[in-house]
Design a protein around this ligand. Structure first.
Ligand code: ADP
Ligand code: ADP
Length: 226
C-alpha cells in the first residue's frame, strides 16, 4: 500500500497570541499512484499537511499513515520539492542530485548513470557540471526535482514547486512535470494556490477552505491525458 491515509488529523500551533488551529480533524485518502493536488488560500494549512505526511513534524491528534505505516518521524522513502530550491553552492548540479544518495548512506558513484538520465529528463543534460549560482530559478528547481527522484521514491511531495517562477517557466515546468509523472506513475501530493495548475496536473483536487484546516471539496478531474 503506497498511499497516504489521514484520519481525524488536527494540528495546533501555540503562538504568542494564543493557539492556531492549522488543521482541523482532517480526513484524507490518497490511493497509491494517484496525483492529488491541494489548493487553497495562503494560511489554510497546505504546508502543514505536507509536513505531517513527510513526518517533519507530529500531528497534535489523529492518525497519519504513509505506505500503510504510522508516521513517527521523517519518512525517508519519499521525495520532496519545496518552493525555494535548496541546493548546495559548493557542489555542481550532478553533485547536488547525487547528494540524495549520499545522505542515505548509498554510494554516489552507483547512482551516477541514473542521475544523468534524470538530468536529461528535466532538460539539464548540458548543465551537470555547472554550479547553482550559474543557473536560473527554473533550472535550479529542475535540479531539485531530479534530486527528489534519484532514489526512485514511490511518493513525491511538492509544496508550490513553481511558486517562485515566472509564468513562461512555470508553464514549461508544468508540461515537463506532467510528462515525467506520466512515465513514473508515482503517488503525488502537490500543493499549489493555482487552480489551473491543479486541474491540469491532478487526478483529484482537494480544495481547502479559508477557515484553516478543512477540506471543503474533493473534485475528480476528468481531462484526457496524453
Ligand atoms: P506558504 O504560504 O507558501 O506555505 P508561509 O509563508 O505561510 O508559506 O510559511 C512559510 C514557513 O513559515 C512555513 O514553514 C510555515 O510553517 C512557517 N510559518 C507560517 N506561519 C507561521 C507562524 N505564524 N509562526 C511561525 N512559523 C510560521
Ligand atoms: P499554507 O501552506 O496553506 O499557506 P500553512 O500550513 O503554512 O498554510 O499554515 C497554516 C496556519 O498555521 C497559518 O495560520 C499559519 O500561520 C500557521 N502556522 C504554520 N506553521 C506554523 C508554525 N510553525 N508556528 C505557528 N503557526 C504556524
Amino acid at each position: 500500500e503506497g498511499g497516504i491515509h489521514l484520519a481525524g488529523v488536527s494540528k495546533r500551533f501555540r503562538t504568542r497570541q494564543g493557539e492556531t488551529l492549522a488543521l482541523d480533524a482532517l480526513d484524507l485518502d490518497v490511493p497509491e499512484g494517484e496525483f492529488l493536488a491541494v489548493v487553497g488560500p495562503s494560511g489554510c494549512g497546505k504546508s502543514t499537511l505536507l509536513r505531517l505526511v513527510a513526518g517533519l513534524m507530529p500531528a497534535s491528534s489523529g492518525s497519519v499513515q504513509v505506505f500503510g505505516r504510522d508516521v513517527a518521524g521523517p519518512v525517508t522513502e519519499l521525495g520532496i520539492v519545496f518552493q525555494q530550491p535548496v541546493l548546495l553552492d559548493w557542489r555542481d548540479v550532478l553533485g547536488n542530485v547525487l547528494f540524495q544518495a549520499g545522505i542515505r548512506g548509498l554510494s554516489e558513484a552507483a547512482f551516477r548513470d541514473r542521475a544523468l538520465a534524470l538530468l536529461r529528463q528535466v532538460g539539464l543534460e548540458d548543465f551537470a557540471d555547472r554550479y547553482p549560482h550559474e543557473l536560473s530559478g527554473g533550472m535550479r528547481q529542475r535540479a531539485s526535482i531530479a534530486r527528489a527522484l534519484l532514489h526512485d521514491p514511490p511518493l513525491l511531495l511538492m509544496d508550490e514547486p513553481f511558486g517562485a517562477l515566472d509564468a513562461l517557466t512555470r508553464e514549461q515546468m508544468r508540461l515537463d512535470l506532467e510528462a515525467l509523472w506520466m512515465r513514473s506513475r508515482k503517488t503525488v501530493l502537490f500543493i499549489t494556490h493555482s487552480v489551473d495548475e491543479a486541474v491540469l496536473l491532478a487526478d483529484r483536487v482537494a480544495v481547502m477552505s479559508p477557515r484553516p484546516g478543512r477540506i471543503e471539496r474533493l473534485l475528480q478531474v476528468d481531462l484526457p491525458r496524453p
